[in-house]
Design a protein around this ligand. Sequence first.
Ligand code: AHM
Ligand code: MG
Length: 336
Amino acid sequence: MKRTTLTQYLVEQQRKEQAVSAEVRLLIETVSRACKAIGHAVSKGALGGVLGSLESENVQGEVQKKLDVLSNEILLEANEWGGHLAAMASEEMETIHRIPNRYPKGEYLLLFDPLDGSSNIDVNVSIGTIFSVLHAPHHASGRDVDEDDFLQPGVRQVAAGYAVYGPQTMLVLTVGTGVMGFTLDREMGSWVLTDPNITIPEQTAEFAINMSNMRHWEAPVKRYIDDCLAGASGPLGKDYNMRWVASMVADVHRILTRGGIFMYPRDQRPSGKKGKLRLMYEANPMSFLIEQAGGAAHDGNQRILDVQPTTLHQRIGVILGSKEEVERVKRYHNEA
Ligand code: AHM
Ligand code: MG
């Protein structure tokens, strides 16, 4: 059986489609290597001494887990010296990380949530790494990039993807020419293309939302979930199933695999008014993947990829997945 590896796929994308530059190819290879190292640490669990929390909090005021910090360090170290980046930004770091002067600088910006699904680390449930690649603005050449250079809408992403550390370790990637899934072959140490051209069915009968927040939801979200719960005799005319892993990577991976709708909407709590998930590290890369797979993603008002960020760690409501369902939720927002 002929096996296509991530390296071969990227070389082909560079040669045939001109979808990636040599620098982006190197960048993705480097990120994927870091994900292998993170996946290895994850799989050791208690044996590797990586479970549990630290004393520290991140910029979002969340207690950091050991694996949050370790994964962040692995990604920084792996990407610093290759010459393809101008700077990096992470959910776990308050400010951007410029490439130190001892290394050459490149023209790309890398953003990541090093370990997504932190609440699932210690309970042995799938977690992951999410990343997004932007081009540093041209006016940044010749000077150090600053935080403003990262504030680009998601439509400008050059590449995005995630690694999911689950029963299998997988890397799901887009460079703007569809969505490809690679499974880690642990014996060979290589990522093998197992899920080419992933597409999401337009309809679904499966939703993912944290139902415990129901009393805080805005009316359009409540209306949609009420419709789902009404089942075959309700307005949607079918019985819905619910899944909520509470790791965005795992929930999105399920949707890319068999369809569905994922919602972490903004809500009426003081802490929920802007949403929970982060635009730059979670919503944008996932929305790019979902759209490339034929799905849709919006925040209730507008397409997520069109949102002009104003701050690096900005939060946003997220509604994504099978197109017809996501559009129905949008219509409910318009009608409210
Ligand atoms: P994290 O980046 O701190 O792990 O938080 C993001 C996670 C998402 O992966 C997931 O969709 C959501 O938070 C789960 O939230 P909740 O615990 O409210 O269900
Ligand atoms: Mg996260």
